[in-house]
Design a binder for this molecule. Sequence first.
Ligand code: GLN
Length: 453
Amino acid sequence: AMLDRTEAVDGDVHAYLHVDREGALSSARDIDERRSRGEQLHRLAGVPIAVKDVMATKGLPTTCGSKILEGWVPPYDATVVSRLKQAGMPILGKTNMDEFAMGSSTEHSAYGPTRNPWDLDRIPGGSGGGSSAVVASFQAPLAIGTDTGGSIRQPAAVTGTVGTKPTYGGVSRYGLVALASSLDQAGPCTRTVLDAALLHEVMGGHDPMDSTSIDAPVPPVVEAARRADVTGMRIGIVRELTGEGFQAGVQARFDESVQHLVDAGAEVVEVSCPSFTAALAAYYLILPSEASSNLAKFDAMRYGLRVLPEGVDDPSAEQVMAATRDAGFGDEVKRRIILGTYALSSGYYDAYYGSAQKVRRLIADDFAKAFESADVLVSPTAPTTAFRFGDKIDDPMAMYLNDIATIPANLAGVPGMSLPSGLADEDGLPAGFQILAPATADDRLYAVGAALE
Ligand code: GLN
């Protein structure tokens, strides 16, 4: 049914870069057979899932939305992918994304943008627009996304779906093509909070293959989603992430959701996180710095594309590398590599990268202080509903500003969730409600999220 739905709608939505019809059907048949033999299977066995194209999938193309990885087929599975397979979940295909997960609209994909199922003239968010769009357009009940600065939560917000960025280290990064290793985290994209909890439980948990993986059991997310209990919980409204700069309809739905939580027995407090106003500036130094180092491995020798410079006989390795990177990387990727190498260069390191790391520390301190008086923090997920194609593509600053509310969580490593808060009055498009919790307290996101459904 999911594959048929994709045939019917994905010509318009373009959420998939690759559909593995045969693989998904054969894995579904295998599960059917095992079930009919009376085998005890995982509760998600047979539930199909889509995977963002940033995750290595054995035998299936993995491009990260980039020409430079065109034709690359990984010889191994990311840990997250092997856990899905172990649970018996058929993999439907790989979803579209901004090139190397850089962007907030999926317009930076080298293979063309994904369209928002609510309005095909609008962006589905980014970088994981494909994963949220397959879920929103009923092409898959579940999908995997990754969130380095909001790429699960912001697409969830603008497509009216649910997305969680787990605590940093809660889900293995092994086999996830790194954007910024100290910020990257994979998580669930779903239609309900309970679905997200069930998927979170399958994906998460310790992995010796990832040196930053937390050696502890997955927090009790499913139980929290089932109980949906917020009695006596202190909900902190972040002063710096509401009001001015947020679309009126987005703010109105946010205020209503807070009222629902009060009606359900929660208590509201206001908290201030003054360093959050510097989060964007710090992030857009730290991310390009790490990315410029991570992307150095795309050298025309090891993966995918190789372009020979025109009119050069017997080109040097350096000339082949330059020609390949010039042809293989898009504008946004080049912009960030240049920013990152500049910020890391000697003489500028302390002024830029060093200062950004100090701001990162202040943001973590702000969170710690806020969590003394609140059990969770809340804000709108994104300042606006889905914008139109072309609105921000030529103005990188405007695109970056869309991440204002999601970035602090990545810098501090704390978990966050976005879930729908309703439709904004001005445009009838979905608005997102963000919940943030202290590190390793991911279950609180699910308690609050489920109470709002
Ligand atoms: N919009 C953010 C960026 O462009 C999100 C990145 C991400 O989470 N992968 O960096």
